[in-house]
Design a protein around this ligand. Structure first.
Ligand SMILES: *[C@@H]1O[C@H](CO)[C@@H](O)[C@H](O)[C@H]1NC(C)=O
Ligand SMILES: *[C@@H]1O[C@H](CO)[C@@H](O)[C@H](O)[C@H]1NC(C)=O
Ligand SMILES: *[C@@H]1O[C@H](CO)[C@@H](O)[C@H](O)[C@H]1NC(C)=O
Ligand SMILES: [Zn+2]
Length: 970
């Protein structure tokens, strides 16, 4: 069977049926799970089936959307929110919300409600009786309870990686489809709270089959302009590579964030007056309420295009006592509509986003086209929400590496079969880590905008997920290698801690590469020498020639470069047993295998170092690689009292504070730069490497001077970048940025630094005609190009004030191990290439940082019968194709996602359509059938029909038109 990857940057999901026999011996039996379409679906009054949703033609129709916004962790943990625990922190209990809403929906068939976060709904559902479940199914089938968005959470858009977002959406949407079938499939994406919006999210939502997207937050200048121009509803063309309308998404900006209009909040948490409608009583207020409501409705109609407007009747954790809301909404609808007999042309109705969207579609208008994204987000002149791009850098890294681990775990679950879940090491599962990762995508999780105890809870959940996956991984490795020697996972290699390698005289290293192509990956292992650690550099070429060369230098680490030439492969190296004794002299060089590939003598070492020190050998145009910092605004400022905090970045000056003009430099086989005792960097150049590694270590950030600090890494070069730089969107397509400029409106810049920061999820670059300097990051960070030729990336922030956006805590991270303040370490990989071929380097490099080899250890000698190599793939995939997902779907099927990872026209060589033979993909799975699905795997591809929207011609803004014609030419 041939699966053609049609387009650049497209990704599709396939379900594979495979055999269920434990050993995967090649019998064939057919499993036809895939009878698509033409079944009689139950009637659910989603738009396609319910043509009116209750609106009145010719009138101004006001769609009231009762909703609750339930953060999957923020001030309280996700579990505290579910149960309503710790109401002293914030009064919020999601279980009561769902209890109460269902009860109230049953009291009046007109009432509707939408629910968004499947992480909560799933918890609630599990605890309901059969009767209650059936009741709820009926409400869903009748369209009275509608799921919108429907992912496990409402993900953050600035700091998430697309692979983890797709996973969390898939998990939530799968639960909804499994539980409610067709009627449970959300038609509308709903990101009412995230602090800025990524184009890649819109692209993913389009490919997941959503008909439209609504959100609440955008730059205040952008909003003002759009209100005047009636451009709050638009068509977002979210990919430069996919042929329209594949990544087109209708996008609407909600009128009041996600809150009800002022004066109309009837939750128990609000103070607005209820509707007092007994005319015999003193404070009858129906006339007043109706007048105010009509005034607001007419005002709102002026800034939207159609005679349908939407109002979000709810807010954070509302509807715990839903009677209050519904009782008043019933009355509002009754009294406002009664005015129609007096000539009022306003019709109010209970509605849902999909009903509203349906009416917009019916209006048959053309909509303005949007080509860029909604970053950065500012809610006023000095309030740029660009701090959270970097907030909690350690959590951001842990989330990213957990994604790598989860993908590996899922692959090994498929490759190992049932024995992976129940094998020699006990019961393992990938489910726990899947859920922990899904929760971590929430817009107050990986974003770093939660309270400290909640951040700790996310990390604890991830660690628990790792533990479950470790059992699974051990089971599979044991089964595939035939050795059940206990496996050791050194999770603290980033801080040079691995008790096994530090104490063992003989150990073996086991490497699993989750990418579908060979990689070369440096690893440093701590090894105990005499009184200090030793550094070992290994070069391994696989699979047919095992060649090792090991050299020891006095340094803090051991580094291994791995070159498994087969992908998805497990390689075991029995000869990698280091017998390190205290007898080695200072610059020993031990050649373990005959290979002479790289065995530097002290002299060659020095020349390598020299080349790093000058850097110009490698990056000829790079002037300065230095770490500096901003002092945070403490709010004591004539222009604005805004402080820097978890969300907001606001330095107190627009030039960075140079920590030290000259770094103290120490040169071993690497260059160490000490800018101050708490800011340092190691620069390394590996042989054959395409990139220079900068390993930064920052912390504990001193606060003795009562100043918060935001540390940046600045790379100054002679590249003539003319105010233009590039950042990726959720790790996927790259967007062009220009200093002090927004493509869709005339920016009045009010914060020269913070207003020029953008999210960097995996890479950023500057370029001119000759050179492109690309930085690949190991986590999401904020950054910008403030001076021509310069790229700066924020590494760590420690702040002493809360920025008044609700979290109520200063971002001042400490821990038991670091009571003086968190120390954070990370890596940037720098490459310099001609612009025309730069993508050929940074695409795979970024992918390698996202999906890292899994390294495990076993102590002592390996049993001679141990199988040393295994490859899950029959062949290496073409360079353009990324194996995004291999995951057990159910007993006989596997979910596969292949992705074309190059953007249109960014690579002469790789930006071309590619064909992959699915039949011959895996070495242990027989493909019996393939069904193509949408990106989130909750709809068969051939059932996918999306609403079509017309874009206004001539509304293309600067830059977009050219690019678009370039894509369609491809
Ligand atoms: C939509 O508008 C176009 C003109 O812009 C018209 O040709 C078409 O018939 C309209 N469709 C409907 C369903 O009204
Ligand atoms: C490292 O080696 C020294 C000398 O052999 C020994 O005293 C020390 O305990 C070792 N450290 C660890 C962590 O094993
Ligand atoms: C969704 O659920 C329905 C009903 O259980 C099932 O028939 C259908 O195959 C599911 N769709 C997908 C894409 O899994
Ligand atoms: Zn929120």
């Amino acid at each position: 069977m041939i699966g053609k990857i049609h387009k650049q940057m497209s990704h599709d999901s396939w379900l594979f049926s495979k055999m269920a026999t434990p050993e995967y011996t090649p019998f064939v039996f057919l499993l036809l799970l895939f009878q698509s379409s033409v079944w009689g679906f139950p009637v659910c009054q989603t738009p396609q089936e319910s043509p009116t949703c209750g609106y009145k033609p010719g009138m101004l129709n006001v769609h009231l959307v009762p909703h609750t916004h339930d953060d999957v962790g923020w001030l309280k943990t996700v579990d505290q929110y579910f149960y309503g625990d710790r109401n002293d922190i914030q009064h919020a209990g999601v279980q009561y919300i769902l209890d109460s809403v269902v009860d109230q929906l049953l009291k009046n068939p007109d009432r509707r409600f939408i629910y968004v976060e499947t992480a909560f709904f799933y918890r609630w559902w599990k605890q309901q009786t059969d009767d209650m479940q059936n009741t709820v199914k009926q409400l869903v089938n009748e369209g009275r309870l509608e799921f919108v968005n429907g992912g496990w959470c409402m993900s953050d858009e600035a700091t998430t990686h697309y692979s983890a977002v797709i996973d969390q959406m898939t998990m939530g949407l799968r639960f909804l489809n499994d539980t409610f079938g067709h009627c449970g499939r959300p038609r509308v994406a709903w990101h009412i709270d995230p602090f800025g919006h990524a184009r890649e999210h819109a692209s993913m939502f389009a490919q997941m089959g959503y008909d439209g997207f609504f959100f609440g937050r955008l730059d205040y200048q952008d909003r003002n302009r759009r209100m005047v121009a009636r451009e709050q509803e638009m068509l977002w063309r979210a990919s430069e590579s996919l042929t329209p309308p594949m990544a087109d998404l209708f996008t609407g900006i909600l009128p009041n964030g996600y809150n009800p209009p002022e004066g109309f909040c009837w939750d128990q948490s609000c103070d607005d007056p209820p509707i007092r409608d007994d005319p015999d009583l003193e404070d009858y207020n129906v006339d007043d309420v109706v007048t105010r409501f009509l005034h607001i409705a007419h005002g709102q109609a002026l800034v939207y295009k159609t005679n349908h407007i939407i109002m979000t009747m709810g807010s954070d954790f509302q509807y715990e006592n839903a009677n209050l809301w519904y009782k008043n909404l019933d009355k509002l609808i009754r009294y406002v509509n009664q005015m129609q007999s007096n000539g009022s042309e306003v019709n109010v109705l209970y509605s849902t986003p999909s009903c509203y969207l349906q009416e917009l579609h019916r209006a048959n208008l053309t909509w303005p086209l949007k080509g860029d994204d909604f970053f950065p987000y500012a809610d006023s002149a000095h309030d740029f929400w660009t701090g959270y791009f970097t907030s909690r850098p350690a959590l951001k890294r842990y989330e990213r590496i957990s994604n790598s681990y989860l993908q590996t775990c899922k692959q090994l679950e498929v490759l190992g079969g049932p024995i992976s879940r129940k094998g020699p090491f006990g019961a393992g599962d990938s489910e726990t880590l899947k859920k922990a990762m899904a929760v971590a995508q929430h817009h107050d999780a990986v974003s770093g905008t939660e309270k400290q105890h909640v951040a700790n809870d996310y990390a604890r959940k991830l660690a628990n997920g790792w533990a479950h996956c470790q059992v699974l991984v051990s089971n599979t490795l044991s089964s595939l290698s035939g050795s059940s020697a206990p496996r050791v996972y050194c999770e603290h290699l980033n801080i040079s801690v691995c008790p096994l390698t530090e104490t063992s005289k003989k150990f073996s290293v086991n490497v699993y590469n989750p990418l579908a192509r060979p990689v070369s990956w440096p690893v440093r292992l701590p090894v105990n020498g005499t009184n200090f650690y030793w550094s070992v550099l290994l070069t391994l070429s696989l699979p047919f020639s095992l060649s090792l060369s090991i050299s020891l230098y006095p340094s803090l680490s051991l580094s291994i470069s791995l070159y498994p030439s087969l992908s998805l492969s497990i390689s075991l190296y029995p000869s990698l047993s280091l017998s390190i004794t205290p007898s080695y002299s200072l610059y020993p060089s031990i050649i373990i295998s005959p290979s002479q590939s790289f065995s530097p003598q002290p002299s060659s070492l020095l020349s390598l170092c020299a080349s790093i020190v000058t850097l110009r050998d490698f990056l000829s145009s790079l002037f300065c690689v230095c770490l500096s910092r901003y002092n945070a605004s403490d709010g004591n400022n004539s222009e604005s009292i805004q402080m820097s905090g978890a969300y907001i970045f606001r330095p107190n000056t627009s030039t960075p504070f140079i920590i030290s003009k000259t770094a103290k430099i120490e040169t071993l086989q690497e260059v160490r730069q000490w800018f101050s005792p708490w800011v340092s960097q190691v620069v390394r150049l590996y042989t054959d490497s395409r990139a220079l590694e900068l390993e930064w270590t920052v912390g504990p950030v001193p606060i003795g001077d009562d100043l918060g600090k935001e540390v940046i890494s600045r790379l100054d070069s002679s590249i003539n970048s003319s105010g233009v730089f590039y950042t990726d969107s959720n790790g996927r397509e790259v967007l062009q940025r220009r200093k002090d400029y927004r493509p869709t409106w005339n920016l009045r810049q009010s914060e020269p630094i913070a207003g020029n920061y953008y999210p960097i999820n995996s890479r950023a670059y500057i370029k001119d005609d000759k050179d492109q300097l690309t930085v690949v990051t190991d986590r999401s960070q904020g950054g910008g190009s403030i001076q021509d030729g310069s790229l700066e990336i924020m590494l760590h922030r420690r702040l002493l004030y809360d920025d008044v956006r609700g979290v109520g805590e200063p971002l001042n991270e400490t821990s038991d191990i670091y009571p003086e303040g968190l120390v954070v370490r990370g890596r940037h990989l720098l490459s310099l290439s001609p612009p025309a071929t730069a993508a050929d380097t940074h695409r795979p490099l970024a992918q390698e940082v996202v999906l890292q080899p899994l390294i495990t250890f076993t102590d002592g000698e390996l049993h001679p019968s141990t199988r040393l190599e295994f490859s899950g793939l029959q062949a290496v995939l073409p360079p353009a194709v990324h194996l995004l997902t291999v995951s057990q779907w159910d007993q006989d099927t596997v979910l596969l996602r292949l992705e074309h990872q190059y953007q249109a026209s960014e690579s002469k060589e790789h930006s071309q359509p590619v064909t992959v033979n699915l039949q011959k993909l895996f070495s242990t799975l027989d493909v019996l059938g393939v069904s193509e699905m949408n990106l989130s795997a909750n709809q068969w591809k051939d059932e996918m029909t999306r609403l079509d929207w017309k874009a206004e011609s001539g509304t293309h803004h600067t830059g977009v038109t050219n690019q678009l014609s370039a894509y369609s030419a491809l």
